[in-house]
Write a protein that binds this ligand. Structure first.
Ligand SMILES: Nc1ncnc2c1ncn2[C@@H]1O[C@H](COP(=O)(O)OP(=O)(O)O)[C@@H](O)[C@H]1O
Ligand SMILES: CC(=O)N[C@@H](CCC(=O)OP(=O)(O)O)C(=O)O
Length: 299
């Protein structure tokens, strides 16, 4: 066969590229915030694929901003060090020792690992946390939980758990303009100078809203939001999400995730997508094909 004979496989690949072209043109210059969850990053092959996808976004003119989690990895380190840990409504109760271990795992180990993956995939990445260049300022959250004995909610002190209350985007704009992909750990300083541990979904949502991002991607370990029969819900509005929470279809870690999506789209993000970070190139399918992947939340 000559080098120029038509090859159906190659033609299909070329068609994939032409199908992607209108999306590349539409999204060039826009910001996509990608949250990479601790559960999604477990598999090294998937992690490599994730890094290649991020580098591809940058190569076609999109400005990706990565915010990562690491809940399971913090849990493993706390266990190794013999420190007890508990969660209230999906948030880790964080005393001073836990905050320092969370910072070590998130800003130290995981952040640099992701920067390494992106570098090996041919991109240029810089790792930072909310502390760097005053990117994010945190405020202590007021935790609440149900009191089963009295049938009402009671106040619980979550310690050094923070909510992002201000985002200074200057450092992100500088990095993006220099062709660098920012990789952000969900740790920030409070106005009181203390170190706060922030839920990574919440951190990603606040950064996406502050940047006026076109998309917020939350990469996790399920195909998206599932209904009571386990079927994927491909599109949701804030009103539908409220109903899913009220009837108990959505529980556990999916609750703060959907709240983040609702806050992001109400805060000006065009759409937020929850999708499976373990499925190779799920994000590319969602961005560059008509079919899409995961659950898309729109105002
Ligand atoms: N209706 C639902 N659809 C999909 N996942 C759900 C639903 N309700 C609860 N979940 C749970 O939410 C989890 C995702 O949240 P979480 O474990 O916090 O992810 P991550 O660590 O990636 O942030 C899923 O693995 C699933 O167990
Ligand atoms: C306050 C709080 O809960 N912080 C989280 C931060 C990491 C995180 O959110 O990681 P995932 O996205 O992998 O769950 C924690 O300590 O686990």
């Amino acid at each position: 066969m000559s080098r120029h004979d038509p090859d159906q496989t190659l033609l299909a690949k070329a068609e994939t590229l032409t199908e992607a072209l209108p999306y590349m043109q539409r999204y060039a210059g826009q910001i996509f915030v990608v949250k990479y969850g601790g559960h999604a990053m477990g598999d090294p092959v998937a992690a490599k694929g994730f890094a290649a996808d991020i580098v591809l976004l940058k190569a076609v003119g999109i400005n990706p901003v990565v915010v990562h989690g690491g809940g399971p990895q913090i849990g493993a380190m706390l266990k190794k060090l013999g420190v007890e840990s508990s969660f209230v409504n999906g948030l880790r109760v964080t005393d001073a020792e836990t905050a320092s271990i969370a910072e070590m795992v998130l800003s130290g180990a995981i952040n640099k690992e992701i920067v390494g993956w992106i570098t090996r995939a041919g991109g240029r990445a810089v790792g930072l946390s909310g502390k760097d260049a005053g990117l994010v300022t945190a405020e202590k959250v007021g935790g609440r939980e149900a009191d089963p004995t009295r049938g009402i909610e009671r106040h619980v002190d979550l310690g050094f758990v923070g909510d992002p209350v201000a985002v200074d985007r200057a450092i992100l704009d500088t990095l993006s303009a220099a062709g660098v992909i920012p990789v952000i750990a969900p740790i920030a300083a409070g106005v009181d100078g203390a170190t706060y541990n922030i839920n990574a979904d919440t951190m990603a949502g606040a950064i996406a809203a502050a940047l006026g991002a076109t998309r917020l991607f939350l990469l996790t370990d399920v195909a998206g939001v599932l209904d009571k029969d386990g079927e994927l819900l491909t599109d949701l509005t804030p009103a539908q999400i409220e109903a899913l929470q009220a009837d108990g279809t959505v529980t556990g870690g999916m609750i703060p995730k959907l709240e983040t999506c609702v806050n992001a789209v109400k805060g000006g993000v065009e759409a937020a997508v929850i999708l499976d970070g373990r499925v190779p190139h799920a994000m590319l399918v969602e961005i560059f094909t008509a079919k899409g992947a995961g659950t898309l939340v729109r105002a």
